[in-house]
Design a protein around this ligand. Structure first.
Ligand code: NAD
Length: 288
């Protein structure tokens, strides 16, 4: 048996095309502002990609690039101004921030109704409480891929490896909301291979190249590999040993071309949701 590939690039392109159609039919252009502070080179690439994708889909997108020396108070004042700007539907503060700025302060300063990253404690709490809100983009993208795979979620055993605020925790909440029986594994988990072998759905979000071995995958399981790791030889690999996992898994996301493209598509989806919820109804009613 060889696993079916879950093509995130193609699915993201379809999602983005669908969003572009919906935006073209609106009487306004939803606005996204990406806030970048300083010169982190990787952030530069991410911010450009987000801005380009947003413009292509028809959003009014701009980047607010502040100097490295910007104080925390000055950043919070900029965020407050964006919160108050009626044309701005989504605000994303690109991480990492310079060391003198507390990321949690910047995240908490964003209006939860405009928090298209879904990182605000209010949105995290709403997700954990089973209430509608804005959901972090990468887990939202992973859920789309699972839907595309057509796998049964209700009652299935899922393992999420990694417990970060950005990926692992919200992913586990979404799987729980979809009626999976969820295990959250992390760096202190005893017998990770054994936990993994029981899972019908494996979501790896660790940040360790090819840590999840093929023999850890239950035959026929669906594998969502969130990891993006650059090897010394320049190759990009996931957290799952892809070639080893292929003969075991029923379906698997490649790296690159799996979860990665879905993250930006879901940022756009969140921005449209935020725009529609904010402009037409009660705040935070936007989660699909
Ligand atoms: P993180 O470093 O914040 O969290 C990693 C988690 O992995 C931690 O909770 C830790 O407990 C767990 N972990 C570490 N070592 C472990 C081990 N040996 N066994 C089991 N668990 C272990 O990372 P993150 O932000 O959640 O990102 C995880 C990976 O996903 C990274 O490779 C990152 O680049 C990638 N990522 C990809 C996208 C995307 O769009 N595809 C988005 C965000 C993150």
């Amino acid at each position: 048996m060889t696993a079916r590939l879950l093509d995130g690039k193609a699915l993201a392109a379809r999602l983005r095309a669908g969003l572009a159609e919906r935006i073209a039919a609106l009487p306004f252009r939803p606005g996204l502002v990406v806030v970048r502070v300083g010169e982190d080179p990787a952030s530069g690439v991410y911010v450009r990609n987000k801005d380009k994708a947003a413009r292509e889909a028809g959003f009014a997108s701009r980047t607010l690039h502040l100097p490295e020396a910007t104080s925390e108070a000055a950043l919070l004042a900029e965020i407050a101004a964006l919160n108050a700007d009626a044309e701005v539907d989504g605000i994303l503060v690109q991480l990492p921030l310079p060391a003198h700025i507390r990321a949690e302060a910047a995240i908490a300063a964003v209006d939860p109704a405009k928090d298209v990253d879904g990182f605000h404690p209010m949105n995290a709490g709403r997700l954990a409480s089973g209430l509608p809100g804005l959901v972090p983009c990468t887990p939202r993208g992973a859920m789309h891929l699972l839907a595309e795979a057509g796998v049964r979620l209700r009652g299935a055993r899922a393992i999420v490896i990694g417990r970060s605020q950005i990926v692992g925790r919200p992913m586990a909440q979404l799987l729980l909301a979809a009626d999976c029986t969820v295990t959250i594994a992390h760096s202190r988990t005893d017998d990770l291979p054994g936990e993994c072998r029981r899972a019908d759905i494996v979501v790896a979000a660790v940040g360790r190249p090819e840590m999840v071995r093929g023999g850890w995958i239950k035959p026929g399981a669906t594998v969502i590999d969130v990891g993006i790791n650059r090897l010394p030889d320049g190759r990009l690999v996931g957290d799952v040993a892809f070639a080893e996992a292929l003969p075991h898994a029923g379906a698997i996301t490649p790296v690159p071309g799996g979860v990665g493209p879905m993250t930006i598509a879901c940022l756009l989806e969140n921005t449209l949701d935020a725009a529609l919820a904010r402009r037409s109804g009660p705040a935070l009613s936007g989660r699909a």
